[in-house]
Design a protein around this ligand. Structure first.
Ligand SMILES: Nc1ncnc2c1ncn2[C@@H]1O[C@H](COP(=O)(O)OP(=O)(O)O)[C@@H](O)[C@H]1O
Ligand SMILES: [Mg+2]
Length: 254
């Protein structure tokens, strides 16, 4: 097995609160890994540590065997780890295409000064961004909406746009945080289909998801967190029947 991303005893504490404790994960290249667990289990915090949004308190993160622990988010993204957020972060008053073009900022040579004076570098970069931006919009199925304001898109399409923007850095791995939250059944299925398609094209995916039917159908492997600790991992069928997992979920409902 080739682990594209792995952690060694990763910990994130907020004062006395141990949001993530000694978590070890190995993400095999080419799979869809699910991260599940009750609210407050530490899932988003783990994403934030993996992507450099938070510094870890302890432990290490390796991407393609390179130690990337506590690198800055832009650096992590540039290496090939892209993400979306639990709350959609789009530029609402910009077009679909412009939202994707913004995702290229880590890749082009354009500096602010080039953009202001519309220099040759800017124009060249802008043309490339436009071409690749269109390709990405097509890839996620939003071609016909390229000129719409992001704010006018249905919720499912906003999520697709966020994914398109994340893909602008041509990542090896995509981390998606609750991509179907708040969606209806049709929208959920579309996002699931999109993630499956991207995965079949070679993208490794890590998904945080609360919808069990999504997780069980989509994921090759699942990691379960509870109170910041990994309590179970394995293929969906195994995790589904794990007593510790059932208990963690039931425990919260009481
Ligand atoms: N920036 C922060 N500062 C303080 N506490 C935080 C912060 N982010 C998350 N937490 C706490 O860490 C725990 C795990 O949160 P989170 O990772 O968001 O859980 P999940 O995504 O699994 O629902 C929660 O108790 C949450 O309140
Ligand atoms: Mg979360």
């Amino acid at each position: 097995m080739e682990a594209i991303l792995r952690t060694e005893n990763i910990c994130k504490y907020f004062g006395g609160l141990k949001a993530v404790q000694e978590v070890n994960i190995e993400v095999e290249k080419g799979i869809i890994l699910g991260i599940i667990g009750p609210n407050g289990a530490g899932k988003t915090t783990l994403f934030n540590v993996l992507t450099g949004t938070y510094n870890s308190t302890k432990g290490k993160v390796y991407f393609k065997d390179r130690n990337i622990t506590n690198l800055k988010p832009e650096k992590v993204t540039g290496l090939g780890i892209a993400r979306t957020f639990q709350n959609i972060k789009l530029f609402k008053n910009m077009s679909v295409l412009d939202n994707v073009k913004i995702g290229f900022h880590t890749q082009t040579k354009t500096r602010m000064i080039d953009a202001i004076f519309r220099t040759a570098t800017y124009k060249n970069d802008d043309r490339i961004c436009e071409e690749v931006g269109m390709e990405l919009i097509e890839r996620v199925g939003l071609k016909d909406l390229k000129d719409e304001f992001a704010s006018n898109l249905a919720y499912g399409n906003q999520r697709k746009l966020e994914i398109a923007r994340a893909l602008a850095v041509n990542p090896d791995i995509l981390l998606v945080d609750e991509p179907t939250a708040g969606m209806n059944h049709t929208e959920t299925l579309e996002v699931v289909k999109l993630l499956e398609k991207l995965n079949s094209e070679g993208l490794t995916v890590i998904i945080i998801e609360h919808d069990m039917s999504v997780i069980m159908n989509l994921c090759h492997n699942i990691v379960v967190l509870n109170h910041g600790q990994k309590i179970s991992e394995g293929p969906p069928e195994m995790v589904r029947h794990d007593e510790k997992v059932i208990e963690a979920y039931l425990g919260r409902e009481e």
